[in-house]
Design a protein around this ligand. Structure first.
Ligand code: P6P
Length: 317
C-alpha cells in the first residue's frame, strides 16, 4: 500500500509537526535536485568563506542552508531554527510557536564534489514558552522527532517521532513514499566504521576495543571495515546492516568532532528507536546536557552489542 510521509504523520502527530516535516521534505527535494545536477552548473566547490565551525563552506552547504531556512521559516509554528552553518539561532518571532528545528543542512561536505552520499540531519525540540535559549539546549531525551535524508542512488528520509523508525523514498512524482517501517538495527553487525588514521591519538581504551573486535572476541564475530566519511551514509548502513560507527576523542578534537545538537542527538534518537544505542564513551548521548549549540562530542553509535562493549572498555580505563 502506498503511504506518503504526510499520510503516515497525519494519524500520528499534530498538524504543526506534520507541517514541519512537510517543509523538511520540500527542502530535501530541492537539495536533492541541486546535488543531482551540480555537475552541470557552477555548484561544486567552496564559496571562499569559512563557517562557524572554521570549515570551508561549500556552495552546496550554503544552498542547502538557505533552502532549509526558507521552507521552515515560513511556518508560524516554528519558534527558532538552529543550523550548523549559522553561529546563532534564527529566532522566528511567531506568537505561540511550538517547535525548534535544529539541523545540519548538508552533512558530509568533503564528499560533495566526488559524487558520494551526503545528507541532511534534523532534530525537533518542543518549545512550551518561556526561555527559548534554554529550550534550544534541551537534552536529546526531549526530542519530539529526529531523522535524516540521505542523498544517494536514491533519496531516502529516515525519521522517528518516538514510535519506531520509518524510511521514505523520494519517488518520481516528488513525494516521499514509505519504503521501510518499524526499522530495527541488528543486535550485532559485521561492520565497524571509523577513521583509523586517528587511531594513534585515541585514548588507549578505544584502541584496545578495536583490537578486541578485530580479534573476534565479541561473541566470536568477525568484522569488515566500512568508512564513507559522511555521517549520514555511515549511520544509514549501520542502521540497516548493524555494527558500530565511532568517532572517538583525538588529539585534534579531544571533545570529539561531531556536533551534539544536530548530528549526535538525532542519530541517537533514531538508533535507540531502532533498538540500537549511542554514547559519548561512558554516557548515553541523549542524556548529555548541552551547554552550547555547536558543542562537539565523541560519538559511538550502532548495535547494542558493540556499543555496550565500548562502554565497558571505557569504564575500565
Ligand atoms: P573525518 C563530515 O565532514 C563529518 O562532519 C561527518 O559527516 C563525518 O562522519 C565526519 O565529519 C568525518 O570526519 O575526520 O573522518 O573526515
Amino acid at each position: 500500500m502506498r503511504v506518503t510521509l504526510e499520510q503516515q504523520l497525519a494519524g500520528a502527530v499534530d498538524a504543526d509537526l506534520t507541517a514541519v516535516f512537510g517543509a523538511i521534505a520540500l527542502a530535501a527535494r530541492e537539495i536533492e535536485r541541486k546535488i543531482r545536477l551540480a555537475g552541470l552548473s557552477d555548484t561544486y566547490g567552496a564559496v571562499g568563506a569559512t563557517n562557524v565551525q572554521g570549515e570551508q563552506q561549500q556552495k552546496l552547504d550554503v544552498f542547502a542552508n538557505d533552502v532549509m531556512m526558507d521552507e521552515l521559516g515560513k511556518l508560524n509554528c516554528v519558534a527558532a531554527l538552529v543550523s550548523e552553518e549559522d553561529e546563532e539561532p534564527v529566532i522566528c518571532d511567531h506568537p505561540g510557536s511550538k517547535y525548534i528545528v535544529i539541523f545540519d543542512p548538508l552533512d558530509g561536505s568533503s564528499n560533495i564534489d566526488v559524487n558520494v552520499n551526503v545528507g541532511t540531519i534534523f532534530s525537533i525540540q518542543e518549545f512550551a514558552g518561556g526561555d527559548l535559549s534554554a529550550a534550544i539546549l534541551q537534552p536529546g531525551t526531549k526530542q519530539v522527532a529526529a531523522g535524516y535524508v540521505v542523498y544517494g542512488p536514491s533519496c531516502v528520509m529516515v525519521m522517528t517521532t518516538g514510535d519506531g523508525v520509518s524510511g521514505f523514498t523520494l519517488d518520481d512524482t516528488g513525494e516521499f513514499v514509505r519504503s521501510s517501517e518499524k526499522m530495527m538495527m541488528p543486535q550485532q553487525g559485521p561492520y565497524y566504521s571509523t577513521n583509523e588514521a586517528n587511531a594513534s591519538t585515541w585514548p588507549d581504551a578505544y584502541r584496545g576495543y578495536l583490537k578486541m573486535l578485530l580479534a573476534g572476541e565479541l561473541n566470536g564475530k568477525t568484522y569488515s571495515s566500512r568508512y564513507i566519511g559522511s555521517l549520514v551514509a555511515d549511520f544509514h548502513r549501520t542502521l540497516l546492516k548493524g555494527g558500530v560507527f565511532l568517532y572517538p576523542p583525538t588529539a585534534k578534537v579531544p571533545n570529539g568532532k561531531l556536533r551534539l545538537l544536530y548530528e549526535a542527538n538525532p542519530m541517537a534518537m533514531v538508533a535507540e528507536q531502532a533498538g540500537g544505542a549511542a554514547v559519548n564513551g561512558p554516557t548515553r548521548i541523549m542524556e548529555l546536557q548541552p551547554e552550547k549549540i555547536h558543542q562537539r562530542t565523541p560519538l559511538i553509535v550502532g548495535s547494542k552489542a558493540e556499543v555496550e562493549a565500548l562502554q565497558e572498555a571505557v569504564a575500565q580505563e
